[in-house]
Design a protein around this ligand. Structure first.
Ligand code: PLP
Length: 380
């Protein structure tokens, strides 16, 4: 089956007991066992739940993995991946990563004696130079949040292989519609399912997808032992969202590309960061590793300081001022005061997240309305 068919049918087989076209949501927390000490496929919902399992099957199929694990949030999924490491190990992360991931790595994971450093993953030579003998996990985001840098996944997979580290890719912005990192040599893919996978701003979730059974077993053990699993009802919501993922992502990407063109030609805008623009430094890599579009996230800088940027971000009427992304409704935010406020100010400046930066998550509204909304706001 092709991708779009799998998004609708894998993990969504009709219910043999009733013929229901949509499988029932299994809310049970515990399951009757055939005998004391005998275990069926399901025994307790933290260890496994039929509705969560269905979602995990869909996710594994879409990413081309051997298995997937669904978590209560994207951060829980990333945290699980870091728990593969132990004291004395090192994580090398790209410098263009979500603020919450930065906070997790620098303020929680480091407490376990794990070292963390950042380097520009979109520059493979500089990135490799930052590898240490104890680097066990390389963590990248592509496109990166919030600067929309593009990292060459295959090049990072090579680096990881050479140095005996795992490569984890936060593919939240790209979704499996546009990029499938496991096909390019990554060891694990992470998603904030809160974003495009759910797609409607009504569920919080995360996922890890892997292509190696042994890695799956190790992550499953950690997830079951630590417990941040996705609830049955939330699993159902993400499964429902996945059925329209392809249509949403392609259409939202088309609108984003048109908005990037519009902003790029506007003298009130200093620069636009969108990988679909031919002058984006990562455009060639993006064209190679993204199929069908360049995503529906873009950011741009305006002339002016922190206060003026805030005014512009607050002046739209259709774009709603909110963190998060990937849903049918368009959102606008100022990374320096919102999604990336958890970066240390010095790191924010060092990595180019300026006070004049505005990030857009482009939804499914009409292009004309979105363009006019930005046009008005830029005069604020
Ligand atoms: C790229 C990226 N990764 C991870 C996360 C964290 O996901 P969650 O909010 O579901 O924990 C986010 C959330 O904004 C994100 O944008």
């Amino acid at each position: 089956m092709k991708f779009r068919t799998r998004a609708i049918h894998v993990g969504n087989e009709h219910d043999p007991a009733t013929g229901a076209v949509v499988p029932p949501v299994h809310l049970a927390s515990t399951f009757v066992q055939p005998g004391a000490g005998q275990w069926g496929e399901f025994d307790y919902s933290r260890s496994g739940n039929p509705t969560r399992k269905n979602l995990e099957r869909t996710l594994a199929s879409l990413e081309g993995g051997c298995g997937a694990l669904a978590f209560s949030s994207g951060m829980a999924a990333t945290h699980c991946a870091t728990m593969l490491l132990q004291a004395g190990d090192h994580i090398l992360a790209g410098s263009d990563i979500y603020g919450g991931t930065y906070r997790l790595f620098h303020k929680i994971v480091n407490r376990a004696g794990i070292q963390v450093s950042l380097a520009p993953s979109h520059d493979p030579a500089k990135f490799e130079a930052a590898i240490r003998p104890n680097t066990r996990l390389i963590w990248i985001e592509t496109p990166g949040n919030p600067l929309l840098t593009i990292t060459d996944i295959a090049a990072c997979a090579e680096i990881a292989r050479r140095h005996g580290a795992l490569l984890g890719v936060d593919s939240t912005f790209a979704t499996p519609v546009l990029t499938r990192p496991l096909e390019r040599g990554a060891d694990l893919v992470m998603h904030s399912a809160t974003k495009y996978l759910g797609g409607h701003s009504d569920v919080l979730g995360g996922a890890l997808i892997v292509r190696d059974q042994d890695l799956y077993r190790r992550l499953y053990f950690i997830q079951n032992a630590t417990g941040a699993t996705l609830s049955a009802f939330d699993s159902f919501l993400v499964s429902r969202g996945l059925k329209t993922l392809t249509l949403r992502v392609l259409e939202q990407s088309r609108t984003a590309a048109r908005l990037a063109e519009f902003l790029g030609g506007d003298p009130r805008v200093r620069c636009v960061r969108y990988p679909g623009l031919s002058d984006h430094p990562g455009h060639a890599t993006a064209a190679d590793q993204m199929d069908g579009g360049f995503g529906a996230m873009l950011s741009f800088e305006i002339h002016g300081d922190f206060a003026r940027t805030k005014r512009v971000a607050q002046a739209t009427r259709i774009f709603q001022l909110a963190v998060s992304l990937g849903a049918v409704e368009s959102l606008i935010e100022q990374p320096a005061s919102m999604s990336h406020a958890s970066y240390d100010a010095a790191d924010r400046a060092a990595h180019g997240i300026s006070d004049g930066l505005i990030r857009l998550s482009v939804g499914l509204e009409d292009f004309d309305d979105l363009r006019d909304d930005l046009d008005r706001a830029l005069d604020a």
